[in-house]
Every structure is written in C-alpha cells, then in structure tokens.
Write a protein that binds this ligand. Structure first.
Ligand code: HEC
Ligand code: HEC
Ligand code: HEC
Ligand code: HEC
Length: 157
C-alpha cells in the first residue's frame, strides 16, 4: 500500500468523476421522458402525439377525385409529380366542404418563382429562369398553364 501513500489527490479526483456520474444518472432519470427507448432511440409517446394533431392537408387523391379535369391535364405535363397542395397550400377544409370554403388562387409571381428562380444551388438539369429577364413582370400563367407548364407554341417544349 506504500505506493498509495501520497495518492490522496488521485482518490479525490476519481471521486469527482464518480460523483459527477451519479449526478448524471439522477438528472437523466428526471429529464429523459418515460417512453424514450420504447422503439429505439426515440420517444415512443411522440408517435401518438403526432397522430393526434389535426390534419390540414387533404392529399392529392382527394383533390383528384373532384377535380379530375385538372388531374388529367397535370398527369400529362411536367408538373405531374408536383402535388396539388405544394402549390395550393393545405386545403383540407376546402376538400371537406368545397362550397363554403373556396380557395384563393395562388399568385404565380410568388409561387412559380419559389421553385424556378435560378440559383447556383439548384441542380443544373432543373428548369430555372431569372423571372425578371424571363418575363419582365408578365404573369407566368399568361404563357404557361400551371397544371401543364410546357409552352407548346414557338417551338418550345
Ligand atoms: C368534394 C369535392 C372537392 C374536393 C375534394 C376538392 N375540391 Fe376544389 N373545388 C370543388 C368545388 C365544387 C369547387 C368550386 C367551388 C366554388 O366555385 O365556390 C372547387 C374549387 C377549387 C378551387 C378554386 C377554383 C376557382 O376557380 O377559384 C381550387 C384552386 C381548388 N378547388 C383546388 C382544390 C385542391 C388543391 C383540392 C385538394 C386539396 C381540392 N380542390 C379538393 C370541389 C372539391
Ligand atoms: C405547379 C403549381 C400547381 C399545381 C401542382 C397545381 N396547381 Fe392548381 N393552380 C395553380 C395556379 C397558379 C392556378 C391559378 C391559375 C390562374 O390564376 O390562372 C391554379 C388553378 C387551379 C384551379 C382553378 C381552375 C383552373 O383550372 O385554373 C383548380 C380547380 C386547381 N388549380 C386545382 C388543382 C388540383 C386539383 C391540383 C392537383 C391535381 C392542382 N391544382 C395542382 C397551380 C398549381
Ligand atoms: C413546388 C415546386 C414547383 C412550383 C411551385 C412550380 N414548379 Fe414548375 N416544375 C417543378 C418541377 C419539379 C418540374 C419538373 C422538372 C423536371 O422535369 O426536371 C417543373 C417543370 C416546369 C416547367 C417545364 C420545363 C421544361 O423542361 O419543359 C415549366 C415551364 C415550369 N415548371 C413552369 C412553372 C410555372 C409557370 C409555375 C407557376 C405556375 C411553376 N412551374 C411552379 C416544380 C415546381
Ligand atoms: C411571354 C411568355 C412567357 C411568360 C410570361 C413566362 N414564360 Fe416561362 N417560358 C416561355 C417560353 C416560350 C419558354 C420556352 C423557352 C425555352 O424552352 O427556351 C419558357 C420556359 C420556361 C421555363 C423552362 C426553362 C428551361 O430551362 O427549361 C421555366 C422554368 C419558366 N419558363 C418559368 C417561368 C416563370 C416562373 C414565369 C413567371 C415568372 C414565366 N416562365 C413566365 C414563355 C414565358
């Protein structure tokens, strides 16, 4: 035991670690939610809480069931894979009661630019324009049908 004669400072130091670990366990016990770990590294109860939130999106199937003309037009164009509510916003209320809740039509100057304004961050192959130069203020829907946006006239796509 001779070698531990002057080792008091080591024990005190190690004691600090042990103390800190115990404090950690106590704090952890109080701050980690009960259902944590139920399904892996995740708070199990979160699933129920998220499922209980009110739904605001109707989903494109609902839109398509009533607006089959739009769905048909869209399915043949370049926006086939852009969802209705990506452009129109969440419209669950309208889908449930279409006659009393009429959606406002999107402002294309804002909407189209949101996805198509050219930036260096976009993939090269993604169709993008500088809205100022491209249409100098003329509304996008003057030339592009939003549900099938390729321009047929003038040899364009
Ligand atoms: C139950 C049938 C039904 C469903 C589901 C439905 N709509 Fe409608 N929608 C209508 C009817 C009917 C009108 C016309 C209402 C009016 O003129 O007041 C309308 C009007 C609209 C308008 C406005 C048209 C205009 O000329 O102002 C838009 C935009 C629209 N719907 C988009 C959608 C989208 C997007 C969805 C899916 C989230 C959807 N609708 C789901 C029946 C439906
Ligand atoms: C790329 C964006 C975009 C997508 C995706 C889109 N819309 Fe539209 N929609 C518009 C815009 C913009 C207008 C308004 C056009 C205008 O002001 O002339 C519009 C207009 C409408 C209208 C009014 C009547 C008409 O035909 O112009 C209805 C109804 C409608 N959309 C339903 C739908 C439904 C249903 C879907 C999904 C199947 C859908 N939209 C998908 C952008 C979109
Ligand atoms: C939510 C994002 C989004 C919005 C909003 C949007 N678009 Fe698109 N647009 C797309 C995607 C995705 C494509 C398909 C790109 C591809 O095929 O690689 C596309 C394709 C196009 C094309 C076809 C280009 C070609 O290669 O022929 C045109 C034109 C276009 N959009 C115009 C518009 C106009 C006008 C509006 C407004 C009414 C609009 N877009 C709104 C995502 C969007
Ligand atoms: C005066 C008519 C006109 C207006 C207004 C207009 N466009 Fe176009 N746009 C065209 C034509 C024509 C083409 C096809 C040109 C081509 O393929 O080079 C085109 C092509 C595009 C393309 C495809 C570019 C590519 O590289 O494939 C996108 C995206 C687009 N427009 C978005 C918009 C947006 C967003 C607006 C509104 C800010 C708008 N356009 C307004 C006529 C118009």
């Amino acid at each position: 035991m001779n070698q531990f004669k002057d080792a008091g400072h080591l024990f005190r130091f190690a004691g600090l670690f042990v103390l800190a670990f115990l404090v950690f366990l106590v704090v952890r016990h109080f701050v980690v939610p009960k259902s944590f770990g139920e399904y892996g590294h995740y708070r199990g109860a979160a699933i129920g809480e998220i499922a209980a939130l009110p739904i605001h999106y109707a989903g494109h199937q609902a839109c398509e069931s009533c607006h089959s003309d739009v769905a048909d037009l869209k399915s043949h164009g370049k926006h086939a894979h852009v969802n209705c509510e990506a452009c129109h916003g969440a419209l669950e209320k309208h889908a449930e009661d279409p006659t009393s809740v009429t959606p406002k039509l999107p402002d294309t100057a804002v909407l189209c630019a949101r996805c198509h304004t050219a930036t260096a961050a976009k993939p090269k192959g993604f169709p993008q324009v500088d809205p100022e130069q491209h249409s100098s203020g003329v509304p996008c829907q003057t030339c592009h049908q939003p549900h099938s946006p390729a321009v047929d006239a003038g040899g364009a796509k």
